[in-house]
Design a protein around this ligand. Structure first.
Ligand SMILES: [Zn+2]
Ligand SMILES: [Zn+2]
Length: 147
């Protein structure tokens, strides 16, 4: 038994290994939402996520979560850019503002950890750059090129 924060509402709850990372209240809510979306799609098979959201009152991000979890397949997808991380529609780039911010926080945390583990004083930042390797996802230290 361990405490986790619900990935939907953020509340701490008792997580049982193997279960979804949602608290009981959110699981219940999601099941209700899923049923609503499913029923709506049964009578409107070509509805886009936007239409489903309008028709059911279920938030877009919850609909995209179902799609991500492969519980739902949308016949028609809206011709919009989507955040590569959470799937919400975005107007530019690859990530929505929220995921971008999360990624930045995460990278910053890893940078601090890296610095600590390798005894790199933060004032060495001028000579080195710590960045995430997009291919491997690992944090690397790179000497800045002299201009
Ligand atoms: Zn929750
Ligand atoms: Zn996102």
């Amino acid at each position: 038994m361990s405490w986790k924060n619900c990935s939907r509402c953020g509340k701490a709850y008792n997580w049982i290994p193997g279960n979804r990372e949602l608290c009981t209240a959110c699981i219940k809510l999601e099941e209700d939402n899923f049923k609503k979306v499913f029923d709506f799609l049964t009578s409107n098979p070509a509805a886009t996520a936007q239409k489903i959201s309008q028709g059911t009152g279920v938030e877009l991000k919850d609909i995209y979560r179902f799609v991500r979890e492969n519980r739902l397949r949308l016949v028609k997808t809206d011709a919009l850019l989507r955040c590569e991380s959470c799937g919400v529609p975005i107007s530019k780039g690859k990530l929505c503002d929220k995921c971008m911010k999360n990624l930045e926080d995460e990278i910053k945390k890893e940078q601090d950890k890296y610095r600590k583990n390798h005894n790199i004083p933060s004032n060495s930042d001028r000579n080195y750059r710590i960045r995430r390797n997009n291919q491997t996802g690992s944090i690397e230290r790179e000497r800045r090129k002299n201009k």
